[in-house]
Design a protein around this ligand. Sequence first.
Ligand SMILES: Nc1ncnc2c1ncn2[C@@H]1O[C@H](COP(=O)(O)OP(=O)(O)OP(=O)(O)O)[C@@H](O)[C@H]1O
Ligand SMILES: Nc1ncnc2c1ncn2[C@@H]1O[C@H](COP(=O)(O)OP(=O)(O)OP(=O)(O)O)[C@@H](O)[C@H]1O
Ligand SMILES: [Mg+2]
Ligand SMILES: [Mg+2]
Lengths: 252, 252
Amino acid sequence: MSAICIANNKGGVGKTTTAVNLAAGLARLNQRVLVVDLDGQANATYALTGRVHPVPSIYDVLVGTRKLDTIIWQTNEENVWIVPADGRLQQADVEMAARPGREFRLARALAGVDYDYIIIDTPPSLGVLTQNALAASTDVLVPIALTEFSVIGMDKLEATIEDLRDGLNLPDLEILGVFATFYEDTTTSRETWGLLEKKFEGRLLETRIPKNLDLEKAHRANESVLSFAPNSSGGQGYTHLAREVKKLASAH
Amino acid sequence: MSAICIANNKGGVGKTTTAVNLAAGLARLNQRVLVVDLDGQANATYALTGRVHPVPSIYDVLVGTRKLDTIIWQTNEENVWIVPADGRLQQADVEMAARPGREFRLARALAGVDYDYIIIDTPPSLGVLTQNALAASTDVLVPIALTEFSVIGMDKLEATIEDLRDGLNLPDLEILGVFATFYEDTTTSRETWGLLEKKFEGRLLETRIPKNLDLEKAHRANESVLSFAPNSSGGQGYTHLAREVKKLASAH
Ligand SMILES: Nc1ncnc2c1ncn2[C@@H]1O[C@H](COP(=O)(O)OP(=O)(O)OP(=O)(O)O)[C@@H](O)[C@H]1O
Ligand SMILES: Nc1ncnc2c1ncn2[C@@H]1O[C@H](COP(=O)(O)OP(=O)(O)OP(=O)(O)O)[C@@H](O)[C@H]1O
Ligand SMILES: [Mg+2]
Ligand SMILES: [Mg+2]
C-alpha cells in the first residue's frame, strides 16, 4: 500500500486538483483509492462529493476520539473513497499544539485501513496537519506551479521536508517526485520549466499538467476531470500522472 | 492611520500581489506605507526587495524580544517600507500556541509606529499569525479569485473573520471590502463575478483585478507593477484599487 502526501506550502499550486485527479486516475488503473482531506478549506471533499464542511470529519478523529473507519465515504468517482475535512481544521494546529505525539495522530488512525493507495491532500502550510500527513505517508509528491514564488520557494520546502523527516524520524519517507503544474506555451512558462529541469534533475516527473479550464470546471461539477473531460489536456495530463506515479510508487 | 490586513485562507488568490501593489499605489498617492510580511513564504519580502528569507525578521519580534523598529527596511518602491518575514514563521502558530495574549503580539509591536497606511500580508490560514494581523488592523480587505473553491469558501471565511473579531474583542475591525482577482473575459469568470455581485452587494469593490502576466513578471523583477508596467491592465487595476481603498479607508 502506498500513502502519498500531496504537499506544497505555496497556495494555489494544484495540490487539491492533483489529489482529486490522481486518485481518479489510479482508480481507473484498477486501484482502490482512499483520499484523506486534511485541509480546513475542505476543497477535495467538495470536489469529490459536493458536500461543504461536513460534520463529523477527520477533525473529530485528530482532535477527538472518533474512529476513522466511521467517516469513510463513497465519492462521485468509482473506487475512490474519501475521509472528509471541515473548517474546524483551521484551528487544529493550535488545538493540537500541546499534545504529545501530535504529529502521529493520522498515522495511528490510518493503521487498520486497507487500500491500494491513500492520497492525502494538505493545506498550504508546514504546520501540525501537514506534519501528520508526512508522518502517515510512504511518499511525498510536490506540485510546483510555474511561477516565480512557487519556484523560489522550493529550496526552503525541500529543506523543511527533510528536516521534518529527520525530526519525526521517518527514514523511509521519500520525495516521489516534483512536477510542473499550470504549464502553458509562453516564454515565461517554458523558461521556468527549464529552471526546474536543472534544479530537480532526477526528481522531476515527466508529466507536466497544462493550464486547462476543464480542471476548474470539473471541480464545479463535483467530478474528476477524467469523468468530466477525459480527453482534455488536463484529463490527459492526470491520466499520464497516474501511470507515472503508479510505476514509481510500486518500484520502492 | 489605517492598518489594512489582506486576508484569505484560500491559497494563491492574490494576497501578496495585492499587498505589494496596493502599497505601491498608495505611495503614489503621497502616502507613507509600511508593509508587514506575516507569511513564512516571505513572498512580499522577496517581491519588494529581492531578499530571500532574511534574518532577523518579524519572527524575532513575535516569538522573540526584538523591537520592530530595528527591522524596518526600505524597499525598491519609493515611500514603501517593509518589515520582512522568513521561513521560521511556518512554525510560529505552534510555537506561540501556549503564550497568553499570543494574538496581540503584532498589535503591541506596531504601537509606536507612524505611517499613513500599514498593509499586512498574511499566509493562507486562519491561525495565530492571521489572528495577529486582524488584531493589529483597522480594516480587512479580501481578494477573491474567480474560481469555484475561492467563491465557495467565502461564507466560511466571512463567518470566521466575524468570530475572530468577537472572540478577540475587536469591535472596530471592519471588512473594508471584498474584490475580484484573476478576472478574465470568459463565461466562467463573468458568471462567477455575477455570483459575487449578488452575494456581496454593498461590500464588493468596483475594482476588478484582471488576469495579467505583467503582475507575475513584476514580482520576478522585484518591482511593483506600477513601476514595471504601469499601463498594463494589472497596473491600471491596482492604481484603481489604491484610489478606491484610500477613499473608503479615510471615510471611517
Ligand atoms: N492545471 C490547471 N489549469 C487550470 N486551472 C487549474 C489547474 N490546476 C488547478 N487549477 C485551478 O486553480 C485553482 C488552485 O488549484 P488548487 O485549489 O488545486 O490548488 P491548491 O494548491 O490545492 O490550493 P490551496 O493551497 O489553497 O490548497 C483552483 O481553482 C483550480 O480549479
Ligand atoms: N491578476 C493576476 N494575473 C496574473 N497572475 C497573477 C495575478 N495575481 C496574482 N498572480 C500570480 O498568481 C500567483 C498567486 O498570487 P499571490 O502569490 O499573490 O497569491 P497569494 O494569495 O498571496 O498566495 P498564498 O496563499 O500562497 O500566499 C503568483 O504567482 C502571482 O504572481
Ligand atoms: Mg487545496
Ligand atoms: Mg501570499
